[in-house]
Design a protein. Structure first.
Length: 185
């Protein structure tokens, strides 16, 4: 039997907010020997509110469409730089099975009405109690997965854990790329 102590590490970013077109720097701290990162567990959790016309809502898969460029740095070496990260990840998510897509509500993959419920759009439909309940639970909280092979494929197997800092640079999309405006806006 394998038994281990589990912990959750939350990092508050400084600055703690970002505007469209700006870059957010996320540092994953070095971890000590004997500590592992569970694949798929690293992500950026945030609240996203929609203002303007009462019927404005968000695009599908907003967790992927928010980031237009990604740069990953490990110990001072650039591991990866991706322009139009939003397109690449959205296309990758298109091949997900129906069950996997339904499990990505936190990323913002959902029906049109669910997105309207979560943004409190004026033309939302509230007849489906299941959708209303899920929208209430998730509300404006979304997640951008920070998944790279060094974390997902090697993190749990790397014998000395992360000896260097892993840093993400996320450049955010303009508002026009993530908000679906109502016809009267």
């Amino acid at each position: 039997m394998l038994k281990a102590e589990s912990t959750l590490k939350r990092i508050t970013l400084t600055p703690s907010s970002v505007n469209p077109g700006e870059t957010l720097y996320v540092n994953i701290p070095k971890i000590k020997e004997g500590v592992v990162i569970v694949p798929g567990s690293v992500g950026l959790l945030f609240n996203l509110n929609v203002a303007g016309h009462a019927n404005n809502t968000l695009v599908n898969n907003v967790g992927r469409n928010l980031v237009t460029a990604l740069k990953v740095d490990f110990g001072g070496e650039v591991l990866q730089t991706i322009e139009r990260y939003d397109l690449l990840q959205t296309f990758n998510d298109l091949i997900l099975s129906k069950e996997d897509r339904e499990d990505r509500l936190q990323q913002g993959i959902s029906s049109v009405n669910m997105r309207k419920l979560r943004t409190n759009a004026g033309d939302k439909v509230t007849t489906d109690a299941g959708e209303v309940g899920l929208a209430f639970i998730h509300n404006t909280k979304y997640r951008i997965p920070l998944e790279r092979p060094i974390l997902n494929g090697h993190g749990t197997f790397y014998p000395k854990a992360l000896k260097h800092h892993l840093k993400y640079e996320l450049t955010f999309a303009p508002v026009t790329d993530i908000v679906i405006y109502s016809d009267v806006t």
